[in-house]
Design a protein around this ligand. Sequence first.
Ligand code: FMN
Length: 210
Amino acid sequence: MSNILLLTSSPRGAASHSSAVARDLAERLAAGTPGVTITARDLAADPVPHIDGVFLAAVFSAHPESLLDGQREALERSEAAIAQLLAADTIVIAAPMINFSVPTTLRAWFDNILRVGKTFRYTEAGAEGLVKGKKVYLVTASGGVYSDGAMKVMDFQVPYLKALLGFIGLTDVEVISVEGVAFGPEHAEKAVAAAHAQVAATAPGEARAA
Ligand SMILES: Cc1cc2nc3c(=O)[nH]c(=O)nc-3n(C[C@H](O)[C@H](O)[C@H](O)COP(=O)(O)O)c2cc1C
């Protein structure tokens, strides 16, 4: 039995390219192996709250057995998100580029799951990620092109996501990008088709009907 965690984060709903390509990938990966489940979470529709003083008081409390109500809920949400992550063998993250980085909902998810002693720890040799042995696929979508050329220095999306994932031990990361969708409908169509083709080559299982 294995489990795919599918995180989507576009605020553009059904129009999202990253969500569509990521769903295609998760379904093809699942179709290729019997008994695989997909746990899907749309962080735009069902966001993890941004961290705040209540969250921090809960996480760093010296008396975790006597948290106040709001603190307990904040901690439980974080623990649930971490449990979902740890239960997955494969993680598919769909990330639209928003202002050169990721949507704040995806950032909030990372803020909730990057917890010392849970997903990373500090040793004498430095920080060590505790979430190991999982494959991650990043599906990105952007108006411009950032994988190469003049705008590459403005990519605070893929390097950032890889750094966060690497910090918690997830170093096996494959990127599938839908780039340049702002260059016109024809360019967008080709970029989306190329991403689906990359998905089909990565996970040759049959895609389910949408
Ligand atoms: C609020 C907002 C900010 C955006 N910022 C950028 C940006 O900084 N760079 C870029 O290339 N595209 C930017 N875009 C375009 C999106 O990255 C593009 O529409 C992409 O397809 C979004 O992903 P999705 O299709 O999965 O929703 C932005 C779009 C929105 C709505």
